[in-house]
Design a protein around this ligand. Structure first.
Ligand SMILES: C[S@@+](CC[C@H](N)C(=O)[O-])C[C@H]1O[C@@H](n2cnc3c(N)ncnc32)[C@H](O)[C@@H]1O
Length: 173
């Protein structure tokens, strides 16, 4: 990777964030700011158009985090909250929009982890309206308070429940 030129200021971003419509799937969704998370700049992903149930909306390329790296390092960092379960304790970090889907108890996206090809595929699990936020289900034990699901069990311990995809989704080849 070449060194970044820091002599000139970054080009100004418009309100919200820029949509990368060059990606064929990504033309159906964009990154937006959300107010309900506890992050300084909370982001989420919203539909740009209506999306039909079953549509593949994102293919996230992933970085493999081998089990040992996860246990010795990643699980003790912020990255813990951005990882998907792979096989045998391996984890995957989804690039692109894959790491920006927030949690909802009634998600409108389903996903499948394909470890051999290092991809996570995200599908619309129901018909989705334009401007709806696109969310996945992280599992029953959350490490943050979710305003849409106040009765959820908060798990702030540093254990296996405390990362994205707190349940094991169907992992396929
Ligand atoms: C995979 S990231 C999602 C993208 C994140 N909003 C961002 O801007 O980097 C997971 C983090 O988003 C926040 N988050 C996701 N869903 C949430 C929800 N329903 N309520 C509150 N915070 C949420 C939590 O801070 C969590 O650790």
């Amino acid at each position: 990777m070449s060194e970044r030129d820091t002599s000139s200021p970054p080009s100004q971003l418009p309100e919200g964030y820029q949509t990368d419509t060059s990606h064929p799937l990504r033309s159906s969704c964009k990154v937006v700011k959300v107010a309900y998370t506890n992050e300084v700049t909370g982001r989420g992903v919203a539909a740009v158009t209506s999306i039909s149930r079953g549509t593949l909306i994102e293919v996230a390329e992933c970085i493999l985090v081998p089990r040992k790296d996860y246990e010795d390092h990643a699980r003790h960092t912020t990255f813990q909250h951005y990882l998907f379960h792979g096989q045998d304790g391996d984890m995957l970090m989804a690039l692109g929009l894959g790491s920006l889907f927030n949690h909802n108890a009634q998600p409108n996206l389903d996903y499948r982890v394909h470890q051999p090809i290092l991809q996570v595929h995200f599908y619309a699990s129901r018909d989705i309206q334009k401007d709806e936020e696109l969310c996945i289900f992280y599992g029953g034990k959350l490490w943050f308070s979710d305003p849409t699901q106040p009765e959820t069990c908060l798990d702030l311990s540093d254990d296996e429940a405390s990362f994205l995809a707190g349940f094991s989704p169907e992992t396929s080849t």
